[in-house]
Design a protein around this ligand. Structure first.
Ligand code: AP5
Length: 219
């Protein structure tokens, strides 16, 4: 099964993607995680993209397209994947169409998680993320709290605020979403692949809505 997750920053893409990929046993391809991994490791790509990411801007298309093409060629993607955060621009969507056509593969659905801007701002301002690169669990200061303040429930590592969760960066990310990424949903509209899911409600409720949509689409 090959899926794309779209939605504004903070819509819950990462939270839902981790859960869905575990249950469907497909690869979770998160471009945000891939980028943050490179920034942490200080690779040439990481150093190049850091200013874009921390200010809330989009990483240039050629860099993203190369990273994703390489990732989709890895063995764990052969049986299925969920793209979380890609494509975000029309050139990225066109490149994905070409790559999949070359591999003789097709997308099953493009799931758009819909969450209003004011809810997204509240979620991102309160988000705290685990610093353990192998965990990266997300929490929220008010709604999804860790058992112990500032400490991950799963692995005990410290929790921090992402640099792009500062108010100015959140504004820029939302603007980019409305200006560029919503166009991508229009790009997919005529293919009949787009499924819109209300992203407000508990994590369990949203997960169930996504499962229902996928089940209705068939495998
Ligand atoms: P990325 O990491 O993909 O950031 P994003 O799309 O802005 O999404 P987020 O990770 O902020 O939010 P999310 O939707 O995953 O929500 P989450 O589950 O964490 O990308 C980061 C940056 O990398 C980009 O800004 C860009 O610079 C670059 N980049 C990445 N891909 C790119 C591309 N293709 N092209 C160019 N540049 C690219 O949840 C958010 C919060 O809400 C958490 O606190 C969580 O606990 C909470 N929460 C989750 N679900 C619920 C719920 N149902 N109710 C209440 N709270 C909830």
């Amino acid at each position: 099964m090959r899926l794309v997750f779209m939605g504004p920053p903070g819509a819950g893409k990462g939270t839902q993607a981790k859960r869905l990929c575990d249950s469907l046993r497909i690869a979770h391809v998160s471009t945000g995680d891939m980028i943050r991994e490179r920034i942490r490791a200080g690779t040439p790509v990481g150093l190049k993209v850091q200013p874009f990411v921390e200010s809330g801007g989009l990483v240039p298309d050629p860099i993203m397209v190369d990273l994703v093409s390489e990732r989709l060629a890895e063995p764990d993607c052969a049986t299925g994947f969920l793209l979380d955060g890609f494509p975000r621009t029309q050139p990225q969507a066109e490149s994905l169409t070409r790559s999949l056509a070359k591999l003789g593969r097709q997308l099953k659905a493009v799931i758009v998680l819909e969450v209003p801007d004011d809810e997204v701002v509240g979620r991102l301002s309160g988000r705290r993320t685990c610093t353990n690169p192998n965990c990266q669990a997300n929490y929220h200061m008010h709604t999804i709290r860790p058992r112990e303040v500032g400490k991950c429930d799963r692995c005990g590592h410290p929790l921090v605020q992402r640099p792009d969760d500062r108010p100015e960066a959140i504004r820029t990310r939302l603007e980019n979403y409305h200006r560029q990424t919503e166009e991508v949903a229009k790009y997919y509209h005529d293919t009949g692949l787009v499924r819109r899911v209300v992203g407000v409600g508990s994590v369990d409720e949203v997960h169930q809505r996504i499962r229902d949509v996928i089940d209705a689409t068939g495998r």
